[in-house]
Unconditional design. Structure first.
Length: 277
């Protein structure tokens, strides 16, 4: 926390991107206050209205206000991406720490299973898992967790293998520290910064993958105002009503860029490997 506060004071880029991330999250939380109209309510008389007037971003085929749907869509897209990153982070990091610390057959089983998962194309495997589970935002998170945890497990394992050779770990073992105590009190604090930086930099990419599954029909389902689903609904009217794809696409693009830049600046502030360099 001290490093982050120091970074906010000394790193202007990190401060700016942090503010933008906070604004995105606040927009998602305050969607009912910011949205001019109900994002779900249909009004066929207003169908396919061009941007302007009451409907700044136009309306869709059911007459729903696109601006309201994009603002509410931040809730679905951001919450889905953040939950996905949190789940992948916890599962992958935990397995990596266990594999790196205990070694032996435990390490072999976890890493061989990781090798099996990596051998499949990630997107195709996620589509297959989501297809089996059925289309929903929750199932999309589970499907992407299945294909994304290996990165965190391998990174955590490699860092743990380095940290557990340190003198303070050997001292903790000599002093009678239990494996659980050593993992929680000595190893985890020394790898958490690298893992958090990795997780933050992955938010944008995982958001794109979530939107991709929704676009293909394996994520959020209608009438949910999710950005990927909105792209899918607007593709049939690309020539007659291009705003149905332009504005959700811009929302995804801007959000992903902001999180990517935020992740890069956070790495400069938090990643201990930068200090070593």
């Amino acid at each position: 926390m001290a490093k982050i506060l120091h970074g906010l004071k000394t790193n202007k880029a990190f401060a700016v991107y942090s503010v933008l991330v906070v604004l995105l999250i606040l927009a998602a939380i305050c969607a009912p206050l910011l949205s001019p109209l109900d994002p779900i309510k249909a009004d066929m008389q207003d169908a396919f209205q061009a941007p302007g007037g009451v409907h700044l971003f136009g309306t869709d085929k059911l007459g729903r206000d696109c601006l309201s749907r994009i603002i509410y869509g931040a809730r679905y897209s951001l919450s889905g991406a953040l939950i996905l990153v949190a789940v992948v982070f916890l599962v992958g990091t935990a397995l990596g720490i266990i594999a790196g610390y205990y070694g032996g057959w435990v390490d072999m089983i976890i890493m061989r299973f990781s090798d099996i998962m990596i051998s499949f194309p990630g997107v195709l495997l996620a589509i297959a898992v989501a297809g089996i589970l059925g289309g929903s935002l929750v199932n999309a998170v589970l499907a992407l967790t299945v294909v994304s945890w290996t990165k965190y497990a391998r990174l955590a394992r490699s860092v743990v293998l380095k940290v557990k050779k340190s003198d303070f770990i050997e001292a903790a073992i000599v002093n009678g520290g239990t494996p659980l105590h050593i993992l929680w009190s000595h190893i985890t604090p020394n790898i958490i910064s690298i893992m958090i930086v990795t997780a933050v930099t992955d938010i944008g990419g995982l958001m794109l993958e979530m939107a991709g599954l929704s676009f293909l029909g394996f994520g959020a389902q209608a009438p949910a105002p999710e950005w990927g689903l909105m792209l899918n609904e607007g593709r049939q009217q690309l020539q007659t009503a291009p705003w149905l794809m332009v504005f959700p696409g811009l929302a995804i693009f801007i959000t992903v860029v902001i999180f990517n830049l935020f992740g890069d600046s956070l790495r400069d502030v938090l990643d201990p490997r930068q200090e070593e360099a």
